[in-house]
Design a protein around this ligand. Sequence first.
Ligand code: FES
Ligand code: FE2
Length: 440
Amino acid sequence: MAHYEDERLADLVKADRVHKNIYTDPEIFELEMERIWGRAWIYVGHDSQVKEPGDYFATNIGKQPVVMIRHKDGEVCVLFNRCGHKGAQVVGDGCGNARQLRCSYHGYVFDTDGALIHIPKEEAYDGTRFGKGRPEYNMQQVPRVDSYHGLVFASMSAKGPDLKSWLSGAAASIDNLVERSPEGRIEIAGGCFRYLHDSNWKMFVENLNDAMHPMVVHQSSSGTAKRVFDENLKEGDEAPFELEMLSPFTNNYEFFDKMGLTAWDYGHSVTGGKFSIHSGYSPIPGYMEALTNRYGEQRTREILAVNRHNTVIYPSFTLKGVITSIRVVKPVAVDKTVIESWVFRQVGAPEELFQRSITYCNLINSHANLVGPDDYEAYHRLQHGLQTQDGNEWVSQHRYLGLDEVDEDGTKHAVGTSDMVFRHQFQTWKNYMVNGGALQ
Ligand code: FES
Ligand SMILES: [Fe+2]
């Protein structure tokens, strides 16, 4: 890795642009896995996926396989998914329940906290250093695991800020997501869309707070839907919910500018706040009443008044509070990224709210939908276009440069179509890659 000394890495990020190698060079990708995905808090899963002892969910942190599992004492553990014997991945992909974890290669068995508890023909190890009760041969626990409202994050680094401080202002998006449940509780439900993109992971992360693209990229889907509905809806007809979802993507620049952008420490950010493309949805019968019963009228109004669009918790996790869904970023290679889309049920809310979220994800986030493939095509063209040797080595981040508003605590604000969030994400990128994750 001598190819990229720290000074050269730092040089790839300027105040108003970044070098294209950041998206295309496999060496930089490997360094990101070590220095960003190996240092930051990375989203693993929600604890409702592992309700009972022995429930497990196999996933990755960066390129490393891990398994989230509920131990018999009730604790949620995140283990490296690697056998203590010769290193085979112990748990296959996906989820399930197991009393113990038995490696499929030679049959060595581990407890649900990773402890090695059975070795076939164990006496063969007499007089050696291998055996039960030696922690180095267990399935190892990931250095740090913590959760916020049931969302489990893990860090491959033993050092660094605790989860709550690291979440910074983005924690409020999670608070609001959970407060939207009349019981203050969310649960993963309805399965997962898993979608391989042939582009760099940062393109997806940037796009979620990119308000310059919807009215262009989504003209073919949102614009067409609007036109078809306009032509077919008669006066007095109730507009279908699908139209409420699809229409705002082609709102004008002024709308997206007013939505605004906010960014916090460690690269996190949000579009919207007081209103967003989700603001115009019709009320769900019974939902307001269920919330009012728990929180009272005033607080219910405050909860529903929060209308954040996409929150990005850099680098791995994005959420939409109003839609109660998340999208999880899983880098595979410099030009390959898996995006997972999950939906939460707001416990105690009418079923219709959950169905609305499912409809949104079918329409917008799935592989066979109307809107997501527009973005997919844009990422593909970015990745492909950056292969050119046309003499321009830089990716522009000049929009509204110098016009960010910065609060005393470092929170940044800008109009929705500013490049502020991208400049901010890459300052964070530089901090992880060059400064060991220190705050700027
Ligand atoms: S590698 Fe797992 S039991 Fe041998
Ligand atoms: Fe988009």
